[in-house]
Design a protein around this ligand. Structure first.
Ligand SMILES: NC(=O)c1ccc[n+]([C@@H]2O[C@H](COP(=O)([O-])OP(=O)(O)OC[C@H]3O[C@@H](n4cnc5c(N)ncnc54)[C@H](OP(=O)(O)O)[C@@H]3O)[C@@H](O)[C@H]2O)c1
Length: 288
């Protein structure tokens, strides 16, 4: 792979461009401008969510870019408050309407464990997944997946459904390298995606990353994005600045050595951002 149009093939045959563009925390107008810039800069994979409240802007950015819809990979996620069969179907329909498109390339369950359903988690996840299967078989979404799911959650879906998750988007960066999840995904032909690849800005203050980036003559952001790409996951960096949007995806002109790949992962000592997905969240949590 040596361009943003190149990518992975999911187990159902759908192609996924190898770097995504994140839009969390972007208001509608900023999302429209940033998505347009990202597509003009060559990104072909755009990540949003019902809980980002910016799908109208993302859709507008897609249209303004002038790039044909079928050349893009558009992902949205089911909000926490919309778990359950009927609500999930309606929520996806609402996302399609806001985005101004007939189909999504991937639709993900945003989070697995909510305070409101932790006593009937299995039933909740199965009901919700049944809705995603329906949307998939009705052609509303080309691929279905999960986000922040642990192995146990995916195993539950594997045990109960023929169509198990095709992608799993998790927090992944040098402080949270996710080796076990990557290995699990590989064994099960699930594509891992990496949210917060720049550690939500913390990457820029890690001395090891600053020194290693200087050694390769690249920015810390390029180093982080390339590090995830070399691990076989899809990085989803976010920026609202055109120069950063361009720079973050300029990752095909250098290769990180095996030794440096390992060294970068020693930052795991700083740990992940926030709580692991096993800690229940509430419906009210907005964003990520
Ligand atoms: N599935 C989930 O639960 C979940 C959770 C979190 C995120 N996500 C997805 O993953 C995407 C990325 O994660 P994220 O937004 O949390 O964080 P991130 O991409 O790790 O970092 C974004 C932060 O880094 C800054 N930044 C970006 N490029 C930079 C550069 N070259 N130099 C200096 N600063 C730079 C951005 O500021 P500026 O915008 O000002 O450039 C922003 O503050 C999200 O937008 C979202 O689509 C998914």
């Amino acid at each position: 792979m040596n361009s943003l149009s190149d990518g992975y093939t999911l187990y159902n045959g759908v192609q996924v461009p190898c770097v995504g563009f994140g839009t969390w925390k972007m208001p509608v107008d900023v999302a429209a401008a940033s998505v347009q810039t990202a597509i003009e800069q060559g990104y072909r994979h755009i990540d949003t969510a019902g809980a980002y409240f910016n799908e109208e802007g993302v859709g507008e950015g897609v249209r303004r870019s002038g790039v044909a819809r079928e050349r893009l990979f558009l992902v949205s996620k089911l909000p926490n408050a919309d778990h359950g069969y009927q609500k999930a179907i309606e929520s996806c329909e609402a996302s399609l309407k806001k985005l101004g498109t007939d189909y999504l390339d991937a639709y993900l369950i945003h989070w697995p464990v909510l305070v409101e359903n932790q006593d009937h988690l299995e039933e909740d996840l199965c009901d919700t997944w049944r809705a995603l299967e329906r949307l998939y078989h009705d052609g509303k979404v080309r691929a279905i997946g999960t986000s922040n799911f642990l192995e146990e959650h995916i195993e539950l879906l594997k045990a109960n459904f023929k169509d198990y998750p095709m992608l799993n988007q998790v927090q992944m960066h040098p402080q949270n390298p996710q080796e076990d999840m990557i290995a699990y995904c590989r064994e099960n032909r699930i594509l891992p995606e990496a949210w917060s690849p720049l550690i939500q800005g913390q990457a820029f203050k890690r001395e090891l990353l600053i020194e290693t980036a200087a050694k390769y003559g690249v920015t810390v952001a390029q180093l982080c994005v390339r590090w995830i790409f070399q691990k076989g996951a899809v990085p989803v960096p976010k920026s609202t600045h055109p120069d950063r949007i361009r720079n973050n995806a300029d990752i095909f002109g250098f290769v990180i050595s095996d030794e440096d790949m390992e060294k970068i992962a020693t930052l795991r000592e700083y740990g992940m951002i926030g709580n692991p997905p096993s800690v229940p969240r509430t419906h009210q949590v907005v964003g990520f």
